[in-house]
Design a protein around this ligand. Sequence first.
Ligand SMILES: [Zn+2]
Length: 527
Amino acid sequence: MQEVKIYDTTLRDGTQAEDFSVSVEDKVRIALKLDDLGLHYIEGGWPGSNPRDVGFFREIQNYHLKSALIAAFGATCHPTKTPATDPNLKAVVAAKTPVATIFGKSWTVHVHDALRTTLDRNLNLIRDSLAYLRPQVETLFYDAEHFFDGFKDNAEYALMTLQKAVEGGAECLILCDTNGGNLPRTIQEVISAVKERLPTIPFGIHLHNDSDLAVANSLLAVEMGAIQVQGTINGIGERCGNADLVSIIANLCLKMGVPCLAPENLVKLRTVSRFVLELANIPSNKYQPFVGRSAFAHKGGVHISAVEKNPLTYEHVDPTLVGNRRRVLVSDLSGRSTIKLKARDYGLPLSKKDPVAMQVLEELKDLENQGFQFEAAEASFELLVNRAIGKGKRYFELVGFRVIDQKLSEERAPVAEATIQVKVGGHVEHTAALGNGPVNALDNALRKALEKFYPELKEMELSDYKVRVLPGREGTAARVRVLIESRDENDHWGTVGVSEDILEASWQALVDSINYKMYKAEKHNNT
Ligand SMILES: [Zn+2]
């Protein structure tokens, strides 16, 4: 199949998403990451509408990109202006990018109500705006906004707008489903009509995900001959988002055999996906296809033993191809083969007949009865197995702690203070710290006490804290389960604690989290 060029608009369309905002520095870092991934085009912003984007275009000129061409986005000329006097088009030229992408109106409703001009004038605006830019940029694309809705409303007019874009010098016509509401059948019919009218003109696709079809419809467009696919990393975008380039790239490469990314770059997909979320401070979706934490996580015992025999049984692709990995979830649903697989996952020497595996299984069942749950607390599980095989290590010993939560008046927020004594080697360390809650104060005090001995603890932080009240059995007090998620630069790990006392449960999870970080650092130093 013909090569497809990937056009990323995370930095322009993506920034329209709720809760997604990035600084100029972030935008530059994302652009460099996308270039390293090997994408063909990176749309940096709309210089005519946003001063921050002007800053990006200036800054990115200082970098030499390996594969990607930077694109500036803009609208057709304002109806009351000429292209040469239109500030928005001037800003596109001033961005000095090798690519300019201009969008125009395809839908008569938009021409009348949004642009407030006549249908004829809109046609001229499209042709003249592109013709003005043509000699000033190397590559010129035309985004036909609302093309599919426009076609349904007035097919002849929508096709005429494309004709005008070609006359103006557009090299590729990108058909947009801006409202994201069209079904595959419509996409197919409309593309067929465009191909019939303009058989020799290359076309691309730009879809929004309001019907949850953006990825599927993009792949359909490629099957019908689209040579360019526009979208965003993780599908970030206004409302329900844009077409997710992560899934599109994985499907094109792994399922459809369409060249769009150098094979050695596909493995970077997961890292790039996480990188964009981290910079924008958006929590990752563990169920995201291909790159999510759960995308290759197996829980049912039957599934687990089948996957162990042949991964094809429950995996549509090899997770390592996109930089992900298989995970075996531990729960009392599953038996000894899970423990064995899980142990192998962590490089721990356990075989199925191993008495240690039996011991771990017994302990696991007992803990799960108490309310522990290890599916999201793999680090606690790994420490448990380590203890069972006699490799558990204590990095510190608690002498005691005290936590005070003080509220001095109705208006004032409470203040929490923790004091703690720990023993490391022969030394006893005694510290105190404040926090915006008792658990936070305890965490702060514990780290303050330990960082002196283990400076690597500065690299980690708690990224999530969850408390669940467990249903109490008759005659017993209710217990709480605390799940803590921690992270450092390279890794995320979960730990768990259960008790009738919320601070005690938190303490257990905190201690596991710190022990795991130390264990990880030691393992790393030994290899
Ligand atoms: Zn869009």
